[in-house]
Write a protein that binds this ligand. Structure first.
Ligand SMILES: Nc1ncnc2c1ncn2[C@@H]1O[C@H](COP(=O)(O)OP(=O)(O)OP(=O)(O)O)[C@@H](O)[C@H]1O
Length: 328
């Protein structure tokens, strides 16, 4: 473990729920993350992602457990003294200051020591996040769109970045193309700055594109963690597999296991391992989703391919045996 590693040991959190019932938001969370990593935390709604982030940030008290960065215990430090900085879904900027003054705000704090990187670095960060400093630096943040405000908040977090940034759905308010653009910028800036990020997201595409470590949470627990492509291709269980993408049962009543929709191939009827019938197809962004029926199977099968199937509706399905996920 590096000196900036982030560790959570047995972290628990309960809230008072409706009617006096107790809600277990975190049930013994154990985490060990190397410094400088982009860690995406995914999970269904209510699985405890935001609670975990708020506890790491010091914005919420935990009921039990310990938090460390390197060898240093941080859970007894107030939020402003933790080596973390948080970016929320809706950025909180200083309303009457310019973009540049927001980014460099930390330099104004008396408690901040050490060299000041200065406006040049702030301008580079803005440029890296797609905000041309020539037209944005002196603007008031009140005159920015939601997406632009979010970029300013990210630039501010990256300016004099502490060892860990805590990001709560920072891309969720952006439209699709801005999101993809900001995803790339964030990946580049993180690589340049070497700062660690714990990034809560609902979006499997964000998580698979950005994370070098993916943490899957369910019911206040860590269900699985590891490299995202490995968790996607070889998930340890069905819950993790479903969290990261769609699954089809192997379309053969005599077999068991699951396949990702893009691992199934629609072929001519004579070439299929099983016969199938095309029922519908829709364009779902970069891939076309096809719905097929297979005799003897209770549910339709989904197949994703780059181009729509133009052959006859009566067709066949093929797949490679080593792509089958044997999980339950
Ligand atoms: N302040 C609170 N008071 C009572 N219950 C809370 C409070 N904050 C969170 N909870 C409950 O704790 C559980 C975990 O909530 P949390 O917001 O951490 O989940 P999440 O995974 O971030 O969800 P989402 O993806 O919907 O934001 C939920 O059952 C939630 O209702």
């Amino acid at each position: 473990m590096s000196e900036d590693s982030l560790r959570a040991v047995g972290v628990e959190k309960r809230f008072a729920g409706p009617g006096g019932a107790e809600v277990v938001a975190l049930a013994g969370v154990e985490l060990e993350l190397d410094g400088g990593r982009h860690v995406c935390v995914m999970g269904p709604s209510g699985s405890g992602k935001t609670t975990l982030l708020r506890i790491l940030a010091g914005l919420e008290a935990h009921d039990a457990g310990q938090l460390f960065i390197g060898a240093r215990r941080i859970d007894d430090l107030p939020a402003e003294r933790r080596p973390t900085r948080t970016v929320f879904q809706t950025p909180a900027l200083f309303p009457h200051l310019s973009v540049l003054d927001n980014v460099t705000f930390v330099d104004r704090l008396r408690s901040t020591t050490g060299p000041k990187p200065g406006p040049g670095v702030a301008r580079e960060l803005l440029a890296g996040l797609g905000l041309d400093p020539a037209s944005f630096a002196e603007r008031s943040v009140d005159a920015l769109s939601g997406g632009e405000r979010q970029r300013v908040a990210l630039a501010r977090a990256l300016y004099r970045a502490p060892p860990w940034l805590l990001l709560d759905e920072p891309l969720s308010a952006l439209d699709r193309s801005r999101r993809a653009e900001l995803r790339r910028a964030l990946a580049q800036l993180r690589a340049d700055a070497g700062v660690g990020m714990v990034h809560v997201t609902h979006d499997a595409a964000d998580a698979l594109a950005l994370a070098d470590t993916l943490v899957c949470m369910v019911g206040g627990r860590i269900l699985a963690s590891g490299p995202p492509d490995l968790l996607y291709r070889r998930p340890p269980d069905l819950e993790t597999a479903r969290l990261l993408g769609e699954l089809s049962a192997v379309p053969d009543p005599r077999s068991r296991g699951f396949l990702r929709p893009e691992q199934l191939r629609i072929v001519a009827a004579a070439e299929g391992r099983v016969a199938a019938r095309l029922k519908a197809r829709v364009c779902a962004g970069p891939l076309w989703e096809h719905t097929l029926e297979v005799a003897g199977l209770p549910a339709p099968i989904t197949v994703a391919r780059a181009a729509p199937w133009e052959g006859p509706d009566a067709c066949g399905l093929q797949w490679d045996e080593d792509a089958v996920l044997d999980i339950s």
